[in-house]
Design a binder for this molecule. Structure first.
Ligand code: G3P
Length: 497
């Protein structure tokens, strides 16, 4: 038997999953990660907790699978993206907590970049909009605010990395300082056309090039794990940011293929092949996971509040006791009874981009019950995702391609059949749930399997992707369009709040 081990270091937890070569899950281990909120709008993680927690899950998953480290053929790493770390090359000690992707502290630096007229250059080179979400301005903040950091960086003593780089540094006892193209593309410092750090952007942000890791394709030999850690030196053969890894694990390898991950937020990515396809609808261009030096791209849009709306029903509204109850409550009424919820708790992302929008519930009558509100909350996840997919399809058609033909789904909330059916109804295309919905980890395992000869090519991986359930649209297009029209009206109200 051939086994692949995926390390999936996410925002809320560190996980390790062992897969067999057919892509089936053998065992899973998970550790929660402490969220640190030093000030409003700031979010941090303890880098040593990330590392120690991740290593603990590796040991635990091998134990659960009844395997020895030497039974593992290769290791893949996938990670929360954009989260920014800076550490001392000699001691391996972080100079500060990791600044998490959700952290907004670098917004003033972004405003300065916008005022300096950098938006177009950054969009052309990196595919991104200027935003505090990405690593570049977070790194600049660390250099400006951690005492002694800039001087130490000037002496070449420090290393920057996203979580993948940090884990590989630790896994190799500091032997490698490396990342992959998909993680690099989220820094706002990386030229996605040339697949290299961009000297002009580094200069604009006053970041010394000596801080930056080497960049490799996502499927490559990154390093061997230090034999002292596990008892043998396993090869790390694949690395990708979690959303690009999920796109890979969903076997979306060709232009026009799209996936949506229903987590706390929703991340939708559509592969655009070798084409850097700028969006006219507020979406980002990002590097897809790459198996060679040839650039591959995806369009990306995110919904800030996806599954989090169910948490709000539970913790804020106290309408349910556990998240699993939401489907039954929503199904206790035939529809939302005209209620529309726009969960713009933290503004609205693509395609609306309105940071000032706030949540609304409209259409209330004397007959409205908490069940209608629960149903409207669930439906809001599908409405927001539908608006994203429609924007992607418009971009694809404008670029001479075809609209998206089916949506592959994964993430925690994709187990909700009511939500998936409503998603298909709104979109008018099949919504397809695979047998293995741990596609983020699976993508990393596949990338590692490809570079180490377990798989010959991506064609073989496409054959391993198996459908668990296909949700076919049942609503007429006229009714779906009417529903989307009501949603857009509700969004307009939310943006006026
Ligand atoms: O861009 C942020 C994303 O990579 C975080 O994903 O699943 O860790 O919340 P997740």
């Amino acid at each position: 038997m051939t086994y692949l081990l995926a390390l999936d270091q996410g925002t809320s937890s560190s996980r390790s999953i062992v897969f067999d070569a057919e892509g089936r899950i053998v065992a899973v281990a998970q550790r929660e990660l402490t969220q640190i909120y030093p000030r409003p709008g700031w979010v941090e993680h303890d880098p040593m907790e990330i590392w120690n927690g991740q290593l603990a899950t590796v040991r635990e998953v091998l134990d659960k699978a009844g395997l020895q480290p030497a039974d593992i053929h290769a290791v893949g790493i996938t990670n929360q993206r954009e989260t920014t770390l800076l550490w001392d090359r000699k001691t391996g000690q972080p100079v500060h907590h990791a600044i998490v992707w959700q952290d907004r502290r670098a917004e003033p630096l972004c405003a300065q970049l916008r005022a300096d007229g950098k938006a177009e250059t950054i969009r052309e080179k990196t595919g991104l909009v200027i935003d505090a979400y990405f690593s570049g301005t977070k790194l600049r903040w660390l250099l400006d605010n951690v005492p002694g950091a800039r001087a130490a960086a000037g002496r070449g003593e420090l290393a920057f990395g996203t979580v993948d780089s940090w884990l590989m540094w630790q896994l190799t006892g500091g032997k490698v300082h490396v990342t992959d193209v998909s993680n690099a593309s989220r820094t706002m410092l990386f030229d996605v056309h040339a697949n290299q750090w961009d000297a002009e952007l580094l200069k604009a942000l006053d970041i010394p090039a000596s801080l930056m890791p080497e960049v490799k394709p996502s499927s490559a030999h990154f390093a061997d794990i230090d034999a002292a850690l596990l008892g043998c030196g396993l090869p790390i053969g694949g690395v990708a940011g979690d959303q690009q890894s999920a796109l890979f694990g969903q076997a979306c390898f060709e232009a026009g293929m799209a996936k949506n991950t229903y987590g706390t937020g929703c991340f939708m990515l559509m592969h655009t092949g070798g084409a850097f396809q700028p969006s006219h609808n507020g979406l980002l261009v990002t590097s897809a996971a790459q198996t060679s030096a040839t650039p591959q791209f995806a369009m990306e849009g995110s919904v800030f509040v996806g599954g989090a709306v169910v948490q709000w029903l539970r913790d804020g509204l106290k309408a349910i006791q556990g998240s699993a109850q939401v489907q039954a409550l929503a199904e206790s009424v035939p529809d939302a009874g005209g209620v529309m919820m726009v969960p713009a708790f933290t503004g609205l992302g693509a395609p609306y981009w309105d940071a000032d929008a706030r949540g609304t519930i409209t259409g209330l009558t004397r007959g409205t019950t908490v069940a209608h509100i629960a149903r409207a909350a669930l439906e809001s996840i599908a409405y927001q995702s539908a608006a994203l997919l429609q924007a992607m399809s418009r971009d694809a058609v404008a670029a001479g391609g075809m609209p998206v033909a089916e949506l592959r789904v994964d993430g925690g909330a994709c187990v909700n059949d009511l939500l998936m059916q409503f998603q298909a109804d709104l979109l008018g295309i099949p919504v397809v749930r695979p047998e293995v919905t741990e596609t983020t980890a699976l993508g990393a395992a596949y990338l590692a399997g490809l570079s180490t000869g377990v798989y010959a090519d991506v064609g073989q991986l496409s054959k391993l992707w198996r459908v668990e359930r296909r949700f076919m649209p049942t609503l007429s297009r006229a009714k779906a369009e009417e529903a989307m029209g009501r949603w857009e009206l509700a969004v307009r109200r939310a943006t006026l709040v």
